[in-house]
Design a protein around this ligand. Structure first.
Ligand code: SAH
Length: 363
């Protein structure tokens, strides 16, 4: 049970949690004061082991559930659910309880697993021009509870379809390593409270080096994905602005450090943009980088999904295949990611939670 000391004020008094899923066991016990101790265990098991909404945890009486929901409300109000790929992809648009902050979560069913893609921030400050979230700008960080609630709520939806969520990818709205502590706390709690294997959790970053270094020194062996998109600094500076602060060579050293200490998988995300980063020279540079690691990095090729603020198209199907073949021919490990949810704007880089994005001319 979560007893995170961070939620303690300096004088030892407990800070009020922001929501039901932000509450520690001790904080839930406080709300249930006067009840037998096993009530907290029943509540905890209902919320996390059985993944039930509070109203369905009928081991607790109706008045108790009411007290809990009054004192510790949930933080995600469902605005809209969109379904595509014959039911295999479900996108949730939520409103955060504290105001007008929309965020999105995507649930994806595959033959062998069900994966939840979570947002870590409302919006994003990284300003990658081809990403709808970046086009919309940053609103606020999410708390650990708000991240966990996305997984729990998506799991409830999966359960209704007789599926069980096994994997979580931190690839929704926001930059996880720009909201490090809540993200790490959510990882620990998904592992300990929800029971997901750390090997089934993947943090995706635009390449924030200090965050990668700290992730490497933390105890749980999660997977790391780096949104690379360009293998030379000139091009990456233009596509991923944070590259000016954390250039490729230093970024690769940090990735290497992560691999050395974690022995986990390193993946590069590469959104293929027509004529921009899908040329033979790009494949050569990328293959060189991949092969520089003890265990070659894996490349996830994603044909660029359309977003309102970026005019250049994604590479054609043939070009994507040719780029993949070229990488593999040079000893890199590459796969083409099946595009999920493009028709409901739930695909990579399309999450903007329905916010208007600025239309700008691409470079
Ligand atoms: N900020 C983190 C987490 C977001 S993950 C990161 O950058 O890794 C979302 C992934 O989708 C990233 O790899 C991102 O670069 C990629 N992406 C963004 N816009 C895209 C688009 N239009 N088409 C395909 N992939 C895109």
């Amino acid at each position: 049970m979560n007893t995170n000391p961070q939620q303690q004020a300096p004088d030892g008094e407990m800070l009020r949690p922001r929501s039901l899923y932000d509450a520690t066991g001790a904080q839930l016990a406080e709300v249930l004061a006067g009840e037998p101790a096993y009530r907290v265990k029943q509540l905890w098991a209902g919320m996390y082991e059985q993944c039930k909404p509070l109203e369905d945890i009928t081991t607790l009486s109706a008045p108790l559930r009411k007290r809990l929901s009054d004192e510790l409300p949930t933080s995600l109000l469902l605005v809209r659910e969109s379904v595509s790929d014959k039911g295999d992809t479900v996108k949730f648009l939520w409103q955060l309880a504290d105001g007008n902050h929309p965020i999105e979560t995507v649930l994806m069913h595959y033959a062998d697993r069900a994966t939840v893609c979570v947002s870590t921030q409302a919006g994003c400050a990284m300003a990658c021009g081809f990403c709808a979230t970046g086009q919309a700008g940053f609103t606020r960080h999410l708390t650990a509870g708000e991240i966990i609630e996305q997984v729990v709520r998506a799991s409830q939806r999966a359960k209704g379809m007789d599926r069980r969520v096994s994997n979580v990818v931190y690839m929704g709205m926001g930059e996880p390593l720009a909201n490090e502590e809540p993200v790490w706390e959510s990882i620990v709690r998904l592992h300990e409270d929800v029971g997901l294997s750390a090997r089934h959790l993947t943090v995706s970053t635009v390449g924030i080096i200090p965050g990668i270094n700290r992730l490497a020194s933390r105890p749980l062996p999660v997977n790391l994905a780096v949104s690379l998109h360009a293998a030379n600094d000139n091009l990456r500076d233009a596509l991923v602005p944070i590259n000016r602060r954390y250039p490729i060579k230093a970024l690769m050293e940090a990735c290497n450090g992560f691999l050395e200490s974690k022995n986990r998988r390193l993946t590069f995300e590469w959104a293929l943009i027509d004529g921009v980063n899908d040329r033979p020279s790009d494949a050569i540079e990328l293959a060189q980088i991949c092969r520089s690691f003890r265990v070659p990095a894996h490349v996830n090729l994603i044909p660029l999904n359309p977003t309102p603020g970026y005019e250049v198209r994604g590479s054609s199907r043939n070009q994507v295949q040719a780029f993949c073949d070229q990488l593999v021919g040079m000893g890199a490990n590459a796969t083409i990611r099946r595009n999920r949810g493009t028709d409901i704007a739930a695909a990579c880089g399309q999450l903007a939670a329905g916010q208007p994005v600025q239309i700008s001319r691409s470079k």
